[in-house]
Ligand binder design. Structure first.
Ligand code: CU
Length: 171
């Protein structure tokens, strides 16, 4: 079968693009630990403020040294406004919205999820660098969207000694 030269070039170019896309998917999944969420848990959005867990958002340090962060998102803020977690330990974020869809992005890390009313978004990550991180809402949620932010402070905790090189963590 005779295939025209230009046809051949386009065929190989199309194949190359597919390979490139698959490679970048693989890189973000394995290399950067960026994965789609797999957690499904439902909650009544109107009961969020009186919920035992989400009505009292905050940080809990667990017996094994890991941390659980409960966050309530609403127009136009996150509660708590300031989150303090130790460096180098697994940190599980649990979030829900009391009104519309919001985003929760910890800038400069792989911590990023949608916060959908009716659902609990959950992800676990760890922070290998102490310091202050900005948290922003990255889903347009209304007139005050641009002011919807919070602060994450990663502290040099007692449990974080010798945890350099933690896998699955972020910069
Ligand atoms: Cu928002």
């Amino acid at each position: 079968m005779k295939v025209d030269l230009y046809e051949k070039i386009w065929m190989w170019a199309a194949l190359g693009i597919v390979v490139l896309f698959l490679a970048s998917l693989g890189f973000s999944y394995i290399g950067r630990a960026i994965q789609p969420p797999s957690h499904v848990e439902m909650i009544d959005p109107e009961a969020v403020r009186t919920d035992e867990e989400f009505g009292n958002p905050g940080v809990t340090i667990n017996a094994d040294g890991s941390a659980t962060v409960v966050v309530q998102a609403f127009m136009f803020a996150f509660l708590p406004q300031e989150i303090r977690v130790p460096r180098g330990v697994p940190v599980t974020f649990r979030l829900t919205s009391a009104d519309v869809i919001h985003g929760f992005q910890i800038v400069g890390t792989n911590g990023n999820t949608m916060v959908v009313p009716g659902y609990v978004s959950q992800f676990t990550t760890s922070f290998s660098r102490a310091g202050e991180y900005l948290i922003v809402c990255n889903e347009y949620c209304g007139l005050g969207h641009h002011v919807m932010s919070a602060k994450l402070i990663v502290e040099e905790g007692a449990g974080s000694a010798g945890s350099v090189g933690e896998s699955g963590g972020v910069r």
